[in-house]
Each structure stands twice: as structure tokens, then as C-alpha cells.
Design a protein around this ligand. Structure first.
Ligand SMILES: NC(=O)c1ccc[n+]([C@@H]2O[C@H](COP(=O)([O-])OP(=O)(O)OC[C@H]3O[C@@H](n4cnc5c(N)ncnc54)[C@H](OP(=O)(O)O)[C@@H]3O)[C@@H](O)[C@H]2O)c1
Length: 225
């Protein structure tokens, strides 16, 4: 059975990625930050790994623990939204900027080279859980400015990962999960978590319909960068 690594699997979309891959019999490595989350993921059947993506030692430890693994799918899912109201007239505080950019951009940049060696042998898929809000072409409002800027930058990380990793046979996708009812998306969001994850898993699984280097939503629709 294939193996997946889900980064940021404690709740929301990451937890459901882990659940659905486990339900299909995959081997799942799932990362968490707290002990209760470790226990919950272990009880689901996942191999658990402690990872705060802001912690350089954790990142090094993750790569070391997975060194001899062959990963079919890696999902870079951990993310934060930051201030709800930021827009051009209301620039973000430095600490908000640092948290959002370090989590959504710096961490993926550090993860790609560490995880590429485990994806190459399986000719696996690296999926970034990005957002439609990171589309520069589709930008039509400035609320959530910091988050939008961070997801646009994360999309560039995905695109460059594609440039670097496609010669090794690794497929790289940026995915928009929809506006989903999680802690981040809130209770009024349009899509429920299982539907979003089932859709993104379909895109990840079908290399013919959704080739490398693409930006797709959970229904498989191509998005403009
Ligand atoms: N929900 C939506 O509508 C929506 C739409 C577009 C894109 N997205 C993207 O989808 C991804 C998941 O979002 P979600 O809705 O599931 O959000 P969520 O419910 O707020 O969950 C966020 C996840 O990221 C983890 N995380 C945050 N900072 C971390 C860090 N420093 N180190 C390790 N893990 C960290 C959290 O772990 P802890 O539990 O330890 O905090 C949690 O597992 C994000 O990248 C988000 O930008 C979501």
C-alpha cells in the first residue's frame, strides 16, 4: 500500500487527509504539535511525528526520521490565516507578518529540499494546500491581505518545486480546498471537510487528468496563478 505524509494533521483538513488515506489502507505519517493530538492520530492508526514547522530542529528531525521512507504523497497543509481584517489601509503588525509568512512560506521552502529525496524514488506527488486567495490573477479584494500575499508566495514555492522536482518524476500541485468548514474557514463556509478532502485526493491521485505544475481546486478545476 502507498505511503502519505500529512504535515499539520491535528485538525481540520490535515486530520481528514490522514483519516481518508488510513481508511483506504495507506501507511500514513501525520504530524502534530500537542500530546492530545499525537494520541488521537495514533489511535486512528497513523505514525505520528512531532513537528512545529517554525522550529528548525523539528524540521531536521522530521527529515531524519523519514530518511529511509519512500513517500507516494506529501501534503504540505499546516497554515495560518493571520489578522482577519488586514487590507492596504491597515498594514499588518510585524509579529503577524512574521507568523504568517514563516508558517505559510518559509516552512514550505524549508520542507521541499528535505522531503524531495523521499518523493523521488516513488515518483510521488507533492501537494501544497494553498488557496484561491493566493491567485494574483483572480485577486478582487484586499481583505485578508497578509494571507493572500503569503499564499501567492506559497504558490511560487510550489511552482519552483515543480521546476526542480519534475525532472526527478515528482509531480507538484498547488490545491485550493474550497471555502471549508474548519476552524480557519468558520461555520458558514460552503464546503464540508470530507468533500473537500475527497476532491483534493482525487486530484492528487489522477496524474493524467491533473498533470504536474498545476493549480487546481478540490473539484479539479484549473485555477489561474
Ligand atoms: N478552511 C478553508 O476554507 C481554507 C481555504 C483555503 C485554504 N486553506 C488552507 O488549508 C490548510 C489547512 O487549513 P484548515 O482550514 O484545516 O485550518 P485549521 O483548522 O486552522 O488547521 C490548521 C492546521 O495547521 C497546523 N499548524 C498551524 N501552524 C503550525 C505550525 N507552526 N506547525 C505545525 N502545524 C501548524 C495546525 O496545527 P495545531 O492544531 O497544532 O495548531 C492545524 O493542524 C491551510 O494551509 C489553509 O491556509 C483553508
Amino acid at each position: 500500500m502507498p505511503t502519505a505524509l500529512v504535515l499539520g494533521a491535528s485538525r481540520g483538513l490535515g486530520l481528514e487527509f490522514a483519516r481518508q488515506y488510513l481508511a483506504e489502507g495507506w501507511t500514513v505519517y501525520a504530524t502534530h504539535r500537542s500530546e492530545p493530538d499525537r494520541v488521537r492520530l495514533r489511535d486512528l492508526g497513523a505514525h505520528t511525528l512531532k513537528l512545529d514547522v517554525l522550529d528548525a530542529d523539528d524540521l531536521a528531525g522530521l527529515a531524519w526520521q523519514l530518511e529511509s521512507e519512500r513517500l507516494d504523497v506529501v501534503v504540505i497543509n499546516a497554515g495560518v490565516y493571520g489578522p482577519r481584517s488586514s487590507h492596504l489601509q491597515q498594514p499588518p503588525a510585524t509579529e503577524d507578518f512574521d507568523l504568517v509568512m514563516r508558517t505559510n512560506v518559509l516552512a514550505p521552502m524549508r520542507l521541499v529540499p528535505r522531503l524531495a529525496p523521499m518523493l523521488g524514488p516513488a515518483r510521488g506527488t507533492l501537494a501544497f494546500v494553498s488557496s484561491r486567495m493566493g491567485s494574483i490573477s483572480a485577486a478582487g479584494a484586499s481583505h485578508g491581505m497578509l494571507y493572500r500575499v503569503s499564499k501567492a508566495a506559497e504558490n511560487m514555492v510550489a511552482k519552483l518545486a515543480h521546476v526542480e522536482l519534475s525532472p526527478l518524476g515528482v509531480r507538484v500541485l498547488a490545491l485550493h480546498p474550497g471555502w471549508v468548514r474548519t476552524d480557519m474557514g468558520g461555520p458558514n463556509a460552503e464546503v464540508d471537510v470530507p468533500a473537500s478532502i475527497a476532491g483534493m485526493r482525487r486530484v492528487i491521485a489522477d496524474a493524467t487528468a491533473y498533470p504536474a505544475g498545476g493549480f487546481y481546486d478540490y473539484r479539479g478545476q484549473s485555477l489561474a496563478w
